[in-house]
Design a protein around this ligand. Structure first.
Ligand SMILES: Nc1nc2c(c(=O)[nH]1)N(C=O)[C@@H](CNc1ccc(C(=O)N[C@@H](CCC(=O)O)C(=O)O)cc1)CN2
Ligand SMILES: Nc1ncnc2c1ncn2[C@@H]1O[C@H](COP(=O)(O)OP(=O)(O)OP(=O)(O)O)[C@@H](O)[C@H]1O
Length: 190
């Protein structure tokens, strides 16, 4: 299948997920992450804030655990630049003020910018992924543009609601594959 068909199929699948199921797989994904990764060499972790209307995985379980158990690891969150289809990043603490952008994504106001070279780990949102580690998002290429500005050795971990699909047919030169993807309790390595 091509990205466009995969996108419309999984947008619909996600709408059909109950909020209980979504919370369950969000909690499982947080457990899966903290049980499987050694965070000794991680100083800065980049993570998206979920869009509640889009039934995305709720990343607050991961963020709260970072804050509670890994206070020395900095958390950075994206802010979308809609004109350039790019992502800027800002440090995120419990006192950061957030405001919803026109796409209903909570974004930071007056926060400190994060230089992309310091980011060691990036969590990637998506609608679907394939067995090679390629992902399909909302189709604007924000994350591929963002990853191109990060260090080449940045650890890329996706979080998805659904198991992998057959290979995405129209992967292009900008698609950067993930290293891992978490789906509830399951961890996929590529
Ligand atoms: N939580 C979260 N934050 C994220 C992303 C994400 O997927 N999830 N992004 C991942 O890239 C970037 C934002 N990308 C987005 C791209 C499209 C739409 C969206 O809802 N588009 C509408 C309207 C399109 C339009 O106005 O032209 C749509 O497609 O219906 C939302 C976010 C950065 N932050
Ligand atoms: N680094 C880049 N430079 C220029 N164009 C890019 C870059 N990355 C992606 N694009 C372009 O952006 C468009 C959308 O890409 P794609 O369909 O892969 O988005 P997506 O991965 O589903 O969305 P997202 O990354 O926002 O979640 C494509 O036309 C792609 O070629």
């Amino acid at each position: 299948m091509k990205k466009r068909e995969i996108r419309s199929f999984y947008l619909n699948e996600r709408k059909n997920l109950s909020s209980q199921k979504l919370e369950q797989i969000s909690i499982e994904a947080a457990d899966c992450f903290f049980n499987n990764f050694d965070l000794k060499s991680v100083k800065c972790s980049h993570i998206f804030l979920s869009i509640p209307l889009q039934a995305e995985i709720n990343t607050k379980y991961i963020i709260d655990r970072f804050w509670k158990s890994y206070p020395d690891i900095d958390i950075s969150i994206p802010k979308t630049d809609r004109a350039n289809l790019s992502i800027d990043s800002y440090y995120f603490t419990p006192t950061t003020v957030l405001e919803e952008n026109p796409w209903k994504i909570p974004e930071p106001i007056d926060a400190q910018p994060t230089p992309h070279e310091v980011i060691d780990l990036v969590f990637l949102p998506m609608l679907a992924f394939d067995r090679r580690g390629y992902r399909v998002g909302y189709g604007k290429g924000f994350y591929d543009r963002f990853l191109a500005t990060c260090r080449e050795d940045v650890l890329k971990i996706g979080i998805s609601c659904f198991p992998p699909t057959d290979p995405i047919e129209d992967v292009d030169q900008y698609d950067i594959p993930m290293n891992y993807c978490i789906v509830g309790k399951e961890l996929y390595k590529f």
